[in-house]
Design a protein around this ligand. Structure first.
Ligand code: ADP
Length: 262
């Protein structure tokens, strides 16, 4: 009898513990940055680029990272994308700590989970637009989602469906960036990292690219982290993180934003 009572209490305690766990454990962020630092060494001079940065990006957020030139945004971008290593601190991408992965694990994670967009498009000059997009599927291998409807849909939304048989040098800068964005989105990555994606574009092309990023965020639920120094572009995000001198600061300490309307 005593035994059964003890068992009953045990079950009750376990149920209570489970309720407590359920209630108090927050949803894990898809990007978690903890106290990250990075210093470049140029000759005998140390150039601190990222100086103890911590922040989290929730799944489904569109975060804009703004700040003056030289404030460490691109360095952070490379660390987040697993393209460079932090000197200290932790970067967790969907729960995986980049610092504790091998190069090949990091590459695998990157191909599976992250789509990149760079300011300078980075298309392969000898391939057509179609093949520049499809190469992302080939690289992803088994993780690729070869969905022809998705290919058609994004190339149409980006207005490049009639330009797919052209090579990059036959496309305008805006068209090239739209191809680069299609390449980033073709695998439906959980995270899209964009570094100044509108930095080389006119207003019209910038709007197409930003609206597509917004759409991928709102309709496909992709988490977007976009670096920009353009306040208008930054407002496409649903949260803005300000960088200055390698640190996250309040908007009042960002010269471009102090006094600006949010
Ligand atoms: P942002 O993207 O905000 O312009 P960066 O991350 O490019 O900032 O640069 C941050 C600091 O690190 C700057 O002082 C820059 O000169 C320096 N830096 C960036 N890349 C390198 C590098 N490869 N070698 C040496 N210093 C660098």
């Amino acid at each position: 009898m005593r035994h059964r009572c003890a068992d009953g209490r045990g079950a009750e305690n376990r149920a209570r513990a489970a309720r407590v766990r359920w209630k108090y454990i927050p949803m894990a962020a898809i990007i978690q940055v903890e106290n990250v630092t990075k210093t470049y060494r140029v000759g005998k001079v140390d150039v601190p680029a990222v100086r103890g940065v911590s922040f989290a990006v929730e799944r489904g957020e569109f975060l804009s990272v703004v700040g003056p030139s030289g404030s460490g945004k691109s360095t952070l971008f490379y660390i987040l994308g697993g393209l460079a290593q932090a000197d200290s601190g932790r970067v967790l991408i969907d729960g995986t700590d980049f610092a504790h992965t091998t190069d090949s694990e990091r590459t695998h994670l990157r191909r599976r989970k992250i789509g990149f967009v760079f300011q300078k498009f980075n298309l392969l000059p000898t391939l057509t637009a179609r093949n520049n997009i499809q190469i992302a599927l080939d690289i992803a291998g088994d993780a690729a989602d070869r969905d022809p409807d998705h290919f058609r849909n994004i190339t149409q939304l980006l207005g490049i469906d009639k330009r797919l048989d052209h090579r990059p040098n036959e496309l305008s800068g805006g068209e090239q960036q739209r191809v680069a964005l299609a390449r980033a989105l073709i695998n439906k990555p959980a995270i899209v990292l964009a570094d100044e994606p509108t930095g080389n574009l006119d207003t019209q092309n910038s709007t197409v690219v930003l609206e597509m990023l917004q759409r991928s965020n709102q309709e496909l639920g992709q988490t977007v982290l976009m670096i920009t120094h353009n306040p208008e572009a930054a407002r496409f995000g649903n949260r803005i993180l300000h960088f200055r001198d390698g640190q996250v600061v309040g908007p009042e300490l960002d010269p471009q934003w102090s006094g600006a309307v949010h």
